[in-house]
Write a protein that binds this ligand. Structure first.
Ligand code: PEP
Length: 250
């Protein structure tokens, strides 16, 4: 079975609610291949309003983060049941900005994965190396270690619910993109890791997205790679024309 094609947008801390509503309404008027899942990961303040818009069925919404505890005295945090209660289907976990600015460790992300899966939220789990790690030639070991340490003792059937996003940090928001070959090499290694740990059914099922300065000009070549199943798109997802062109690049 061909894996799902996914174009996910990470808006980060951008747009007001009315601006976000306008972007999604305009996007909803575009014509897209219905087999592509479009997942908009908007700020938490926007999600309820966005999810109530009349939209094509393949436009879905995700949060950009959530806490591993479900409720309690954790001021400022958002729990999985809260996202579930407004019909949100996806959640980004382990974005490099969360790892860097909010000290999210592989171990903490393992707890978040457990909680997301327990609440039927589909994690978009981010991994990726810094420029220093790539320059040292250690990128593959680094990424596989991130996955191993966060996946812990999750079952294969649970891993099958996860979307992995490979995002080299040196390519995020920099305008510099991994070459299609660099993306393919890492995606292939990630898939081989899944195969050796969880078997071929899981490895051949889990979508692996590439993220890092994806734009209309490079999306087609990146998405054409055997093990690239779509993109996690930051800056270019905030402009309807560019995100629509990316969605239509499969
Ligand atoms: C991201 O935020 O995950 C990302 C890949 O950003 P950009 O596309 O702007 O590099």
């Amino acid at each position: 079975m061909r894996r799902k094609k996914i174009a996910a947008g990470n808006w980060k801390m951008n747009t007001t609610v009315p601006e976000g509503v306008k972007i999604v309404q305009d996007l909803g008027e575009g014509s897209f291949d219905i087999s592509v899942d479009i997942v908009i990961c908007a700020p938490a303040t926007h999600l309820d309003a966005l999810n109530q818009l009349e939209l094509p069925k393949n436009i879905l919404f995700g949060a950009q983060n959530m806490y591993h505890e479900t409720h309690g005295a954790y001021t400022g945090e958002i729990g999985a049941p809260m996202l579930q209660s407004i019909g949100i289907t996806h959640v980004i976990l382990g974005h490099s900005e969360r790892r860097e600015y909010f000290n999210e460790s592989n171990e903490m992300l393992g707890k978040k994965l457990r909680t997301a899966l327990d609440h039927e939220l589909i994690p978009i789990f981010c991994c990726g190396e810094s420029l220093a790690v790539r320059n040292a030639g250690a990128q593959n070991n680094h990424v596989i270690r991130q996955l191993k340490e966060s996946f812990g003792d999750l079952e294969g059937s649970e891993i099958a619910e996860i979307i992995i996003a490979y995002e080299p940090i040196w390519a995020i928001g920099t305008g510099e993109t991994a070459t299609p070959e660099q993306a393919q090499e890492m995606h292939c290694d990630i898939r081989e890791f899944l195969r050796s740990e969880y078997g071929s059914d899981v490895a051949d099922y889990v979508p692996i997205l590439y993220g890092g300065s994806v734009k209309p000009a490079n999306a087609k070549d990146i998405f054409a790679q055997e093990d690239v199943d779509g993109g996690l798109v930051g800056g270019a997802s905030l402009k309807v024309d560019s995100f629509a062109a990316i969605v239509n690049s499969f």
